[in-house]
Write a protein of this length. Structure first.
Length: 203
């Protein structure tokens, strides 16, 4: 298992051009989305939303909003990961519903909501919410690699342009990552990473 997981992390790579005519089987897409759904999140608030695009015209519009990056238009499927913003307000029914799963007793729920209200007021919510989405994205990319599906995280997009293509209100939710999925048209390059010694400190 240890070696298999390591191989998976080595196999996943950023694909810059996909085979445009190869379809992604529906069950593979659902498996990848499930890996996102099962991801951990701060306060268990599942801050993400996934929007799936499969039509060529939509993928072209997304590519234009991503500085023309070819991997977006050539992918079999493009998943756009949105971070919830408005729903994360402490008074929102969404927060109450999700927190009630962990705190079913009224008094415990009130206490948890009080703590959350304090946290929310002291937090840069868009940055915090986006961080959760990146965890889901990482899990989706690793899961994809596990079933032979290539991906490329795309943070290079024009936010206003992407909101327009998605037809979303940036006060309600914000695009965090564009995730093209499919089959890479080029072999993976050699993995470039610093040695562990350059990032590690035992204390
Ligand atoms: C949050 C995030 C945003 C990224 N945005 C882009 C992007 O806009 N375009 C791109 O080609 N690659 C993008 N990448 C991919 C990285 O360039 C790539 O993961 C890195 O160079 C390491 O290569 P590897 O993934 O093949 O190991 C992004 C990666 C992450 C994690």
């Amino acid at each position: 298992m240890r070696n298999e997981l390591l191989q998976l992390f080595l196999r996943r790579h950023a694909c810059h051009q996909f085979l445009p005519d190869r379809a992604l089987p529906r069950e593979d897409l659902e498996f990848i989305l499930e890996a996102g759904r099962l991801s951990p999140s701060s306060f268990g608030l599942e801050q993400w939303k996934f929007i799936v695009f499969e039509q060529a015209a939509d993928k072209q519009a997304l590519q234009a909003a991503c500085f023309g990056q070819a991997q977006v238009g050539s992918a079999s499927v493009v998943v756009v990961i949105l971070a919830r913003l408005a729903e994360l307000h402490p008074d929102s029914p969404y927060v109450r519903r999700l927190m009630a799963r962990e705190y079913p007793q009224a008094e415990a729920l009130q206490g948890a909501l009080r703590n959350y209200r304090e946290f929310h007021a002291a937090t840069d919510v868009p940055t915090w919410s986006a961080a959760q989405c990146h965890i889901a994205a990482a899990n989706m990319m690793t899961a994809a690699a596990g079933i032979g599906v290539d991906s490329c995280a795309i943070g290079g997009f024009i936010p206003g342009e992407l909101c327009r293509v998605l037809d979303i209100d940036a006060r309600i939710s914000q695009p965090v990552l564009v995730l093209p999925l499919g089959y890479c048209a080029h072999p993976a390059g050699e993995k470039q990473r610093l040695p562990l010694t350059e990032m590690l400190e035992f204390r």
